[in-house]
Every structure is written in C-alpha cells, then in structure tokens.
Ligand binder design. Structure first.
Ligand code: ACM
Length: 547
C-alpha cells in the first residue's frame, strides 16, 4: 500500500490509497457537469498550463482517462468527494460549485509540486495518482485572511497572486483593509481627493515606530474601481469572497488629509495634516457630524456597488483604536453627545457604528467591526472581529452575535515567528508555526449555542513592517498553512494535535510553495536576504502591542 497523501489542510477521511490508479496525460479529457464551470475553467488554466495539457472537453461522453466534475446536493455546499478510480477516471463531486473547486485544489496537491508551476518543467510531463477516495468538508464557513493594503500598498497583481495562494489553502474570505491613517487605497468617484491626496505619503517610518530610521521614497498606490471589480471577480471565480474594510471613526487621517472638514476642526488645524508617515494609534479621528455621515454614506454607496451582495453581504467598518481625546476636547463633539443623549464619548463611537449598521441593513448588508464596537453597546446586526483576544468575541457570541475569531496573541502574522536577532524587523509576540498550528478558534467552555456563533476565523497580515511582496510572503508563509488547517480541518484540542504529522506533511508542502515562488520563512530561519539587520522592531514579552 502506498502512503497517505501529504495534504494540507488535512481532509476529513481518506480511503486507500491503493495501487494503480490514474495517469494524467495529453489524452485526459474534462467532463464538467452544468454548474461546475468555475472549476472547469480553473483546471484548464492551471493544470493545463502546468502540464501542457489540452484537457479536451468530453462532457456527455462516457470517456475513460477523464476528470469528471459533478454536483450532489446530498453534500454540504463546500463539501466534496474525490474518487481516483482504477479505470483511469478521477471524479470530483461537490455539494455545490465551491465544493467541486476545493476538491480540485486537493487534486492539484495529489499531482505533486510540478502541478504548482505555470509551465511544464519535464520533457514528457505526466502525473500519476494512486486510487483512493477522499471525503472532506470545512469546519468553518469563514476562513479568512486580512491583507492590510493601507500601510503598504499591495499592487493589484500581488493581490491576485495572494488569492491564488488562498485558494490553494482552501481559504475563502479575503478581508481587504483598504483605508487607514497611512493611505486610502480605493477610488471613490464622488470624492476624488481621497486618492489624489490620500493614496500616498512622502516618506515612511522604517521599522517599528520607535525606530529612528526613515525611508525617504514616496510610497503610494490605489485600486481603480475597475481594479476592484477585477479583484472581486477573480476571487469569486475561486469561491473566495472579498470583504472591504473602510475604517472609521479612527484610523482616518488619510481621509482627513484629503478633506480637512472631516476632522475635529475646533480642536486642531486639520488643514495642516498630511497622510501619516509613521505607525501607531493616531489621535486624529473623524468628527461626529452629519456632514461626516453623509460623506461616508457616499463612500459606502460606491463600495456596495463594487462588492455585490450576491458575493458577500459583509462590509467591515473598522471601529478599532479610536482615541477619544479630540472628542473630549471638542465643544462641537460635546454638544453632539448632549444632543444625541448618548452619555459620553464611548456612546458617540457606538452611535457612529449603529448609524452604519442600520444604513447597511437597509441595503441588505451586514456590518462587521473590530471588537471595540462592543464599547458603548453593540449595534443590532453587527458581526464582531475579535482581535484583542477572545473576550470580545465571547461577549458578542453569548449575546447572539456572529463572531470571527482573530486574536492578535495567536494569528497576527506580522508578529515575529521566532525569538532572536535574525527575524526581520521583529515585532509583537513570538508565534511559531507550531503555535499557529495549536491555535483554537473556539475557546473551551463556550456554550454550544454561543459557539455556533463563531462563524469562523481569520489570520491578519498588518503591513507596517512589510514593505513589499517578499516581506509579506515571509511573514505569511508557512504559518498560513497551519492556519488553513485550523480553519478547515476538524482538529482535536490543541494539546492533542499531531504536530509531528503536520510537520511531516509540511515537507511536501514546502515543495509546493517553492514551485509557487513563495518567499516563505524556511524552518531553519531566514535566508540572508530575508533579514533586516539594524532595523528596530518591538519584541514583546507581556504587554499588549498597539499598532
Ligand atoms: C487592529 O489590529 N487594530 C484591529
């Protein structure tokens, strides 16, 4: 008997593998049932390119040497069964189109690392599979990755590449952090200065904010509305939904630099603000005015048009790290607290979020926000991204709200992945590959009814100290592979997880990542060019970090 396949994430059940099976070659055909078109296209594009195969259409024929794609509504929408049959047939049956697609990702892993290249590397490219049956389905419906494209802009092609990498790991939600103090990255037609002024900064802090170093190269970039449409459509073809985040009422200095009337003009001279060039929590927040509400309703109108509800109902409004000092100092904000009867500055924050919760609900959408949106009272339909640990998520889930668990102590991939001097710009907690593998999204003790509100989990890639694609790769991989298994596979409790088995399967997975050209952190530590000697970070030994 052949050995178990080295799949990541691990599937629910494997029968076999047995001897003999299937050889993929130039005569292999593709027989795609109606409704499986995304996977049919993907297989032709990706496997067709990797092995120079025509994958001729054989729909309706009873061909052998064929890959068959089928739907079976007896399975859950994202579940699949993959049968490699001894008579030269591979059949992928999904509960829905997404299930078929995840089955195709498994097929690619079974075909070996060459299947992850964009062109053949052997004279007679063929790939052999042993007969087996794999049954699989995800644990969580929300298997997310946050990309912070605000602190450092990620060119569109890099986002498309990350979507391909997410698909290869069966992740299905890309949370795009589109706006922050350091940059506004999405074209809004009615407010052109958001990108004219807000999408670039003159220089950037090099390293953690306590570093004395600067990078004097101007930094910027933004996605046009057509770029966004392309990203959303590319993701949808891979059964990934994109959740846009427009962060308010804090993390808004780039917007205020573009439109100074959005800030607290009775406290500071907002016309003197520029797009922020360093990191941390910023005091310059939006003013609680009707004008600001109307301005952001206009932003969200364009956002809703670009991110259609059929793909994802969720819209993220941030809500994190909004210092209240300016509202405390502002006579206008204090008068607003009085007028609205919201009690204090926390009430004002809650008023902001409730306004957009209702506004989005009226348009058939669902608001998501960081766990600070609990302060001053949670808006009715809000879903919570629990980042400052589990506590916010637990409170929200117990109150009947949906929750995405992404605690910074476990799944903030900007945090360093080993102790010592070699990690580039080391910040935050040490979180190794093994630590991420032992992350459990549902805290023990949560009652089943509340646990059912944990709709998923997310790894967050904040990019203050990631200036380019290779730095993003280094921080994200291989830990995202461990995270993907946590999000997809039904792993036992952390202490019972088979770390050695995971590490053995990772040996095969590193070859896939090599073929994909991913600049991951090697198990033995960074390669010389992956280091950033002399650039200060901020390792943490206890106290919580702040951005
Ligand atoms: C966050 O890390 N401020 C959500």
């Amino acid at each position: 008997m052949a050995s178990e396949p080295d799949l990541i994430p691990a599937p629910v059940r494997v029968e076999g593998p047995y001897r003999c099976g299937f050889v993929l070659d130039r005569r292999t055909t593709l027989d795609a049932a109606p409704g499986t078109g995304t996977t049919e296209r993907w297989l032709r594009t990706v496997l067709g390119a990797a092995f120079a195969l025509p994958l001729r259409d054989a729909a309706g024929e009873t061909a052998t040497n064929s890959i068959r794609l089928r739907l079976d509504d007896g399975l859950a929408p994202e579940a699949y069964r993959l049968d490699v049959l001894a008579h030269q047939v591979v059949e992928i049956t999904g509960g829905g189109p997404a299930g078929v697609f995840w089955g195709a990702q498994t097929l690619r892993q079974l075909l070996g690392p060459d299947a992850f290249r964009k062109a053949p590397v052997r004279k007679r490219p063929v790939a052999a599979l042993v007969a087996q049956t794999i049954e699989d389905e995800p644990r969580f419906a929300w298997r997310g990755l946050l990309l912070d494209v605000a602190r450092h802009f990620m060119p569109k092609d890099d986002v498309l590449r990350q979507l391909d990498l997410m698909a290869a790991h069966k992740l299905n939600v890309l949370h795009l952090h589109l706006t922050d103090d350091q940059g506004w990255r999405i074209e809004i037609k009615r407010h052109p200065r958001l990108t004219e002024v807000g999408s670039w900064r003159a220089r950037s802090k090099w390293g953690h904010r306590a570093s004395p170093l600067w990078d004097d190269t101007p930094h910027g970039g933004y996605y046009t509305q057509d770029d966004i449409r392309e990203i959303v459509a590319y993701a949808a073809d891979r059964h990934i939904s994109v959740v846009p985040e427009i962060d308010l009422p804090g993390h808004a200095q780039a917007a205020i630099a573009a439109y100074p009337e959005l800030g607290n003009t009775d406290v500071i001279d907002t016309t003197a603000l520029s797009v922020w060039d360093t990191w941390g929590v910023n005091p310059n927040v939006l003013a609680p005015t009707d004008n600001v509400l109307r301005f952001f309703e206009g932003v969200f109108e364009e956002v809703l048009d670009l991110f259609p509800a059929e793909i994802s109902p969720f819209v993220h409004v941030g809500g994190d790290e909004c210092p209240k000092d300016q509202w405390r100092a502002s006579p206008a904000a204090q008068a607003r607290i009085e007028e609205l009867g919201v009690g204090d500055e926390e009430g004002l924050q809650s008023w902001f979020i409730r306004h957009f919760d209702r506004w989005l609900a009226d348009r058939g959408r669902r608001l998501v926000g960081w766990d600070e949106i609990l302060e001053g009272g949670l808006a009715e339909g809000a879903t919570v991204s629990s980042w400052r640990g589990y506590a916010g998520g637990v409170t929200a889930a117990e109150a009947g709200h949906d929750v995405v668990m992404c605690p910074e102590q476990h799944v903030y991939l900007d945090h360093r992945q080993a102790p010592g001097e070699d990690e580039p710009m080391p910040i935050g907690y040490v979180r190794t590959l093994a630590d991420v593998y032992r992350f459990e999204p549902v805290p023990p003790g949560l009652a089943p009814q509340a646990a059912a509100h944990v709709i998923g989990t997310q790894a967050n890639v904040w990019t203050e100290v990631m200036e380019n694609r290779s730095r993003v790769d280094y921080q994200t991989y291989p830990r995202l592979a461990a995270f993907a298994e946590v999000a997809w596979s039904r792993l036992p409790a952390p202490e019972a997880r088979d770390l050695a088995g995971f590490e053995r399967r990772m040996n095969a997975h590193y070859l896939r990542l090599d073929a994909l050209g991913v600049d991951y952190r090697p198990p033995a530590g960074p390669r010389p060019w992956q280091r950033r000697p002399g650039v200060p970070g901020r390792p943490l030994d206890g106290a919580p970090p702040s951005r």
